[in-house]
Design a binder for this molecule. Structure first.
Ligand SMILES: NC(=O)c1ccc[n+]([C@@H]2O[C@H](COP(=O)([O-])OP(=O)(O)OC[C@H]3O[C@@H](n4cnc5c(N)ncnc54)[C@H](OP(=O)(O)O)[C@@H]3O)[C@@H](O)[C@H]2O)c1
Length: 340
């Protein structure tokens, strides 16, 4: 399997590190030995090698902030579409930054790759939240796979669980899908004010300098739209979903809740109704007996409801370069198995 990476940031590097560490096991267990034949990044340059790039050299280049062109890569700054076309890759890994308004530039890269008969793996929420179903149809028409495990709960398995393990439809999902807000709420419950908890999240690298997407619930919104459409067969746009973040929660209320047997969480929910699928994001005061109430810090969790199992709750890390790199690897393995 030949891979072309578009976007070589934290997730691209994390993926390469996970692949390097587990390469012998992947080969022995699954006969799986992918090669990276092209990397294109707007900041770090472009490199192509049809025989496969040396993973240690490209990982070292990333750590040392070295431009890929210095390794003998392209100097004439080709664009992503030209690289996808010329790479000879079977699979394109679309790992550019998320834009939840337009889905670009990722959506354009993904459409082009699928139309060119290449499988696509992405961790970018934008194109999946906005155009997920259209892209799945395009993939099917072109006889290839479009996979996006890393878009929700990063490397914690979710879509592969639904795709390969469950034999009945999921009726409802409820989850903590944003680690930053969960961390802030955990800190607030322990006695910190909102601003202080947010500053701590920023200091530890969990929250961006501009935390709006997290604290206003937009990140969780994109993820619940993906789940509503791709797991519950809905047809929602982000604008169809009511969304409230955590900024209006009063710290004394958050601190008092556990003494009364409750805990505040930012909950994203989607469920099937007789008219289709509904979704929302809002802070909820959950009873402590709810498995979601026991999930603290930056962890994510999702409860799935289905007949006859009742509920299943998956808990795990929801961000991080290597954790998300694992999602990429897991999608590649799914494609590898499909090809076999
Ligand atoms: N990091 C995580 O824990 C995590 C978890 C789940 C999902 N994700 C998603 O995974 C994707 C990648 O995340 P990341 O953390 O690796 O982001 P990142 O560190 O910002 O890396 C993205 C890279 O893509 C480059 N880029 C921007 N536009 C490009 C274009 N048109 N063509 C080629 N390269 C381009 C960026 O360059 P510039 O920096 O110059 O723009 C950057 O080097 C994002 O969509 C993110 O939301 C990340």
């Amino acid at each position: 399997m030949k891979l072309c990476l578009i976007g070589y940031g934290n997730v691209g590097y994390g993926f390469i590190e996970v692949l390097r560490r587990h390469r012998p096991w992947l080969k022995e267990r699954f006969g799986f030995a992918p090669k990276i034949v092209a990397i294109h990044d707007i900041r770090r340059g472009t490199i192509l090698n049809p025989d496969g790039l040396d993973l240690k050299i490209i990982a070292d280049a990333w750590r040392n902030n070295q431009n890929l062109c210095e390794l003998g890569g392209s100097t004439n700054a080709p664009n992503a579409l030209a690289v996808i076309k010329d790479s000879g890759a079977d699979v394109v890994l679309e790992l550019t930054p998320t834009d939840l308004r337009t889905g670009e530039p990722a959506a354009g890269h993904i459409r082009f790759a699928l139309l060119s008969g290449k499988h696509v793996v992405t961790t970018n929420k934008g194109p999946v939240a906005l155009f997920g179903k259209e892209l799945l149809v395009l993939a099917r028409k072109n006889g290839v796979q479009f996979r996006f495990e890393g878009t929700v709960m990063a490397g914690t398995p979710l879509f592969s669980l639904v795709d390969f393990t469950l034999a009945v439809p999921v009726q409802r999902v409820r989850g903590i899908l944003n680690g930053t807000t969960n961390f802030i709420l955990t800190q607030m419950e322990a006695g910190k004010g909102y601003e202080e908890a947010l500053a701590e999240a920023q200091r530890l690298g969990y929250a961006e300098t501009d935390p709006t997407a997290d604290v206003e619930g937009f990140d969780a919104l994109a993820k619940i739209v993906i789940l509503a459409n791709m797991v519950l067969d809905g047809d929602l746009r982000p604008s169809d979903v009511s969304c409230q973040g955590i900024t209006k929660l009063a710290p004394p209320e958050v601190q008092r809740a556990p003494k009364e047997g409750f805990r505040w969480k930012l909950v994203a929910e989607a469920r099937r109704t007789k008219d289709g699928v509904e979704a929302k994001v809002s802070p909820e005061r959950l009873p402590l007996s709810d498995p979601l109430a026991q999930v603290g810090g930056v962890l994510n969790a999702l409860t799935l409801e289905l007949d006859p199992l009742g509920t299943i709750t998956v808990v795990g890390p929801g961000a991080g370069p290597e954790v998300t790199g694992h999602a990429v690897l897991s999608d590649l393995l799914a494609i590898h198995r499909g090809l076999q």
